[in-house]
Design a protein around this ligand. Structure first.
Ligand SMILES: Nc1ncnc2c1ncn2[C@@H]1O[C@H](COP(=O)(O)OP(=O)(O)OP(=O)(O)O)[C@@H](O)[C@H]1O
Ligand SMILES: [Mg+2]
Length: 328
């Protein structure tokens, strides 16, 4: 038992067992709990960015409602399962229509990653939801509500999971650090909280990866390790790149940026994200800042559309050089 827990990824090892272990989503947890207590749980839709506790919350809720044997009362369908219309219909039908051994009211059907279901499948669901409302409740989980059909949306009570506040991540992380006997320097902790951007899964994964880099487990994890594990450029490197783009001729700037990128294995998009962070602390004229951000956004969009790396890299240098000319 102990051994298998050792091998688990931390995101599983530290998955919330109860609703009280779900951090930073107090309002949602309280509301949902109240629904259950009053015996009027609606169909639920949890949506929001990754790693904010959607799956964890619904599983913890199921545990709270049904106790240890909650699995008998819950049907979980994931994106990786075959979710053609017929499969969904049959599985749900079978599950919903089997007699309940314990009469605990309704059964729960969790449709995880529902935004990756086809429209046809989503449309088929609306009839299914209606048909089985008597003894089942659906909980639909998704990253984007706009990818769900309106008919589906209107049948559920919506809860938006916000990116977790840094304080919530810090609380959880501090807990894990103690349990794992891992030490982080204060700068490393700060970097971890900033770079996780409200995603607890990312925070825990980076922590686990940074522990693996230590030769001696009693060593402290440094800020640099955190940046490396997350694959983000260190602000100092961004400063170096920006300075070169501003002061050096085009060729030297191109060389400098590329050297930083290849030595750290960074994608151009990571550099742009880093630049935007660093530029936040620069004192700039409003028009410089506006132009800079708009143009960097254009480059970011072009990269996401598959734009040529060398051309986009050059564009970044162009953006920096021309925008800062406005500064005079
Ligand atoms: N609010 C939270 N409180 C405590 N731990 C959390 C929270 N959110 C996420 N985690 C941790 O991150 C891991 C992933 O969380 P979870 O699977 O619930 O995210 P999700 O919101 O369903 O993400 P996705 O949209 O990618 O499915 C969990 O195992 C848990 O360890
Ligand atoms: Mg999930």
């Amino acid at each position: 038992m102990a051994r298998s827990a050792e091998n688990l990824p931390w995101i599983e090892k530290y998955r919330p067992e109860t609703l009280d272990d779900v951090y930073g989503q107090t309002e949602i947890v309280e509301t949902v709990r109240k629904f259950v207590k009053e015996g009027r749980l609606p169909h639920l839709l949890f949506y929001g960015p990754p790693g904010t506790g959607k799956t964890s919350t619904i599983v913890a809720l199921a545990r709270e409602i049904y106790g240890k044997n909650y699995r008998n009362m819950v049907l979980e369908l994931n994106a990786s399962d075959d979710r053609g219309i017929d499969v969904v219909r049959n599985q749900i039908k079978e599950f919903a229509s089997t007699r309940q051994i314990f009469s605990k009211g309704f059964k729960l059907i969790i449709l995880d990653e529902a935004d990756s279901m086809t429209n046809a499948a989503q449309n088929a669901l609306r009839r299914i939801i209606e048909k089985y409302t008597k003894n089942t409740r659906f909980c639909i989980l998704a990253n984007y509500a706009h990818k769900l059909t309106p008919a589906l949306l209107s049948r559920c009570t919506r809860f938006r999971f916000q990116p977790l506040p840094a304080a919530a991540i810090e609380k959880r992380v501090t807990n894990v650090l103690i349990k794992e006997g891992l030490k982080l320097s204060p700068e490393a902790l700060k970097a971890l909280l900033k770079l996780s951007k409200g995603d607890m899964r990312r925070a825990l994964n980076v922590l686990q990866a940074s522990k693996a880099t230590l030769d001696d487990p009693s060593e402290e994890v440094t800020e640099n390790t955190i940046y490396e594990c997350i694959g983000a450029p260190h602000p100092q490197e961004i400063e170096t790149a920006l300075e070169s783009m501003l002061k050096d001729d085009w060729g030297t700037a191109f060389y400098t940026v590329n050297k930083i990128r290849t030595s750290k294995g960074l994608a151009l998009i990571d550099m742009i994200e880093g630049m935007i962070e660093v530029l936040e602390d620069y004192e700039l004229k409003p028009e410089t800042r506006t132009q800079l951000l708009c143009k960097l956004a254009d480059v970011e969009y072009a990269i996401s559309k598959g734009g040529n790396d060398k051309i986009q890299n050059s564009a970044v240098i162009g953006v920096i050089k021309t925008s800062f000319e406005l500064e005079g």
